[in-house]
Design a protein around this ligand. Structure first.
Ligand code: ADP
Ligand code: MG
Length: 461
């Protein structure tokens, strides 16, 4: 059999399962539309899916069903393998559409414009799935967002994304909006920050235009409200949103919210609205790990013509661990600097230029406790040993290394450090740091070890 025969068997498998009602149209849209046949051989079929999350969900739900139907059709036992395709087809289609549209807009071809959608007025064009790097911190949230992008008002309603500042909540929310805006052209998408929602609501009361306000938000297909924690203490606006929520939810319209904390931790919030938020799918965004930070920097650089060496990107990714906004601003600073001096940035220059940024993000993140944990684990002693009175070689050396690292990567004074090591005097800390520096000169293996430990401390956040 040739590759295209396998493709036919695959298509037929899905078709039959749908026809028999084993696969509803909604399920098909959700899980199978974004899946593509890649290749087939006498023992397996390989399918492309947009993420690990997607793969696991499909496996769990349908693998047995699919494999046994394939067996019936082909007469041989084919296994199904998955390959992760980061740029799934939907995203590619969307971006292709946008490109076409830009060209058309340039030509100001009115007829063409009427069939293609213009950019959404409230959404940033660059906040789309193509520009959103999927990493350790967001893969679940991103997969769910993509599923909503293709099937709004389906299984994940309402959808609430929560997490700290600068972790990608707004970007992900607007990606859903953009995806629907461009691919489902009959859907009306509205994006608004909670703050603007409050202001508009208050204005509508003052100007006696409340019914217009109600109509505006109850006649949409997709409502995106950003930063709902701003509604805390705003009882009347909460009340209004509660009714808007119910009207849209009952009509199976998609609702998406972002929040800086899980809804259960909102204060001065009516319970009934809180429980509405919790009704659908709540996902969190975490700070990204090193690999993801690095991938994000590379992605951001794609849109910029200035070239920044990989070592510099790595330096930024290693040191800026707080959030993605800080990561971006360090990169912007480097790009601006490179443009200004008109040459490539070296690691030394980058280090010099970003010193302030690095220390502020370091002290924001690294605690004495964390260093003690990482160092004690490495030397196989306990944090209590480091803080304790013992003076055996097994604990004094790790203790000195820990003190040295804390001096290197945080702004704590020697007095503060001494206190965290069982109330030792600041001169003891100074002495310990000096000892390590001296030993590094004599022992060439020590510096790389300390360097490695510093990296694990930074990554352990
Ligand atoms: P939040 O709303 O959580 O405060 P934003 O969505 O405004 O965060 O994100 C801050 C910046 O980081 C934005 O410029 C956004 O494009 C970028 N960003 C966040 N997450 C990602 C990601 N996974 N891939 C690419 N860029 C990201
Ligand atoms: Mg935001």
């Amino acid at each position: 059999m040739s590759g295209s025969d396998y493709n036919l068997f695959w298509t037929e498998t899905v078709r039959q399962l749908m026809e028999e009602g084993n696969l509803s149209e909604q399920e098909h849209d959700m899980w199978f539309r974004n899946m593509e046949f890649i290749k087939g051989s006498s023992d397996s079929i390989t399918l492309g899916v947009p993420s690990n999350f997607f793969r696991d969900q499909v496996k769990q739900r349908y693998l047995n069903l699919l494999e046994s139907r394939l067996h019936d059709l082909t007469g041989s036992s084919l296994t199904i393998d998955f390959e992760i395709r980061k740029n799934n087809r939907q995203a590619q289609e969307n971006s292709a559409k946008k490109q076409i549209q830009t060209v058309k807009n340039e030509k100001s071809d009115e007829q063409a414009q009427s069939t293609e959608r213009k950019p959404h007025r409230q959404l940033r064009m660059d906040y789309d799935f193509d520009g959103f790097v999927i990493g350790n911190n967001n893969s679940f949230a991103a997969s769910a967002a993509q599923a909503i992008g293709t099937n709004p008002g389906g299984a994940y309603n309402p959808f609430l994304i929560y997490g700290g500042v600068g972790l990608g909540k707004t970007h992900l929310m607007q990606s859903i909006g953009n995806s629907i805006h461009y691919s489902l052209v009959d859907k009306k998408v509205v994006y608004i920050t909670a703050e603007t929602f409050i202001n508009e609501f208050i204005h509508s009361i003052k100007s006696e235009t409340q019914s217009q306000f109600k109509n505006k938000y109850r006649k949409v297909d997709v409502l995106l409200i950003d930063d709902i924690h701003d509604l805390q203490n705003k009882k009347e606006t909460q009340e209004e949103l509660f009714h808007t929520f119910n009207a849209l939810y009952d009509a199976k319209k998609q609702l998406v919210f972002t929040c800086d904390r899980p809804p259960s931790e909102l204060r001065n919030f009516t319970d009934r609205l809180k429980s509405r938020f919790e009704r659908g799918l709540n996902v969190d965004l975490q700070p990204p790990n090193f690999e993801t930070r690095y991938a994000i920097l590379r992605k951001k650089l794609e849109t910029i013509s200035t070239s920044i060496p990989d070592e510099v990107l790595e330096l930024i990714a290693r040191n800026v661990t707080t959030n993605i906004r800080d990561l971006e601003s360090s990169l912007t600073k480097m790009v601006a600097y490179a443009d200004l001096v008109g040459k490539k940035i070296t690691v030394e220059v980058a280090q010099q230029q970003l010193k302030g940024t690095f220390t502020s993000t370091l002290t924001a993140n690294i605690t004495i406790d964390r260093v003690q944990r990482v160092v004690s684990e490495y030397f196989n002693v306990t944090p209590a040993d480091l803080k304790g009175k013992k003076r055996t070689k097994q604990v004094t050396f790790p203790r000195q290394v820990a003190m040295f690292i804390i001096r290197e990567v945080t702004d704590y004074s020697t007095t503060e450090i001494g206190l965290e090591f069982g109330g030792r005097d600041h001169t003891t800390v100074m002495h310990a740091c000096q000892r390590i520096e001296d030993r590094m000169k004599g022992d060439p293996t020590l510096e790389p070890t300390v360097g490695e430990l510093i990296r694990s401390v930074k990554d352990s956040g």
